[in-house]
Ligand binder design. Structure first.
Ligand SMILES: O=C[C@H](O)COP(=O)(O)O
Length: 253
């Protein structure tokens, strides 16, 4: 039985004041939802505040990116070991915004995925197609290439310690959500791709959906057999919306 995970990706949003309010609101409202795991991923400068606010709670936290390299002359980069020092459990790798705006290709993302695990972090590996790729009928090929880069570098055992997030790029921040059936089709494809190498690993890997997940569509998405939670952008900045999605994950079990 896979425990669903709801992870909030705050992207480049927040201030000391708003992060204090957001963390306080989430911690105060989370209640008892033992069947689901919850995490938040703030920008780097807020990790210490997050650690202080959430330590001792049931809520985990993570970062949104890490460097491919362990340490050294990489100005502006942040190492996995540094992220770990702030108590992070998770780190997002290969988000489509990193791929699109910062030129991260499948090989770079695979190296980040490996570095995260080496440093004791659980990567949340983002995959997904653009609208043009979906319309060209190549969604499976695109997602397969994204997965295969990790399989080739690290082997299938990587997915024993990694969470996957399927995020159709056309659904991110647009208000357009993949239908539960559209999402399930790709989630099943992802699990099947991993099952080609290990049925056990495939059965255990958590595959989150991301892309305009909101309180009003979360339950239907998470009712799908291969959807194991969500990677939430916009709605994770509103405590009540985020908490409602967390409750839906708990109820989906
Ligand atoms: O990482 C989160 C995704 O990019 C989804 O963002 P969104 O919920 O604002 O569409």
């Amino acid at each position: 039985m896979r425990k669903p995970l709801v992870a909030g990706n705050w992207k480049m949003n927040g201030s000391r004041a708003s992060v204090t309010d957001l963390l306080g609101g989430i911690r105060a409202g989370i209640g008892e939802i033992p069947k689901a795991e919850v995490a938040v991923c703030p920008p780097f400068p807020f990790l210490q505040m997050t650690e202080e606010a959430l330590r001792g709670s049931s809520i985990a936290w993570g970062a949104q990116n890490l460097c491919t390299e362990p340490a050294g002359a990489f100005t502006g980069e942040v190492a996995g070991s540094m992220i770990r020092e702030f108590g992070c459990t998770y780190v997002i790798v290969g988000h489509s915004e990193r791929r699109e705006y910062y030129g991260e290709d499948n090989q770079v993302v695979a190296r980040k995925e490996a570095m995260a695990r080496e440093r004791g972090l659980v990567p949340i590996l983002c995959v997904g197609e653009t609208l043009a790729q979906r319309e060209a009928g190549i969604t499976s090929e695109v997602v397969a290439d994204q997965l295969d880069a990790v399989l080739e570098l690290s082997g299938v055992s990587a997915f024993g310690k990694t969470v996957i997030a399927y995020e159709p790029v056309w659904a991110i921040g647009t208000g357009l959500t993949a239908t539960p059936e559209q999402a399930q089709e790709v989630h099943a494809f992802i699990r099947g791709r991993i099952a080609e190498q290990s049925a056990d690993v495939a059965a255990g890997v958590r595959i989150l959906y991301g892309g305009s997940m909101k309180p009003d569509n979360a339950a239907d998405l998470m009712a799908q057999p291969d959807i194991d939670g969500g990677l939430i952008g916009g709605a994770s900045l509103k405590p009540n919306d985020f908490l409602a999605i967390c409750a839906a994950a708990h109820a989906s079990c």
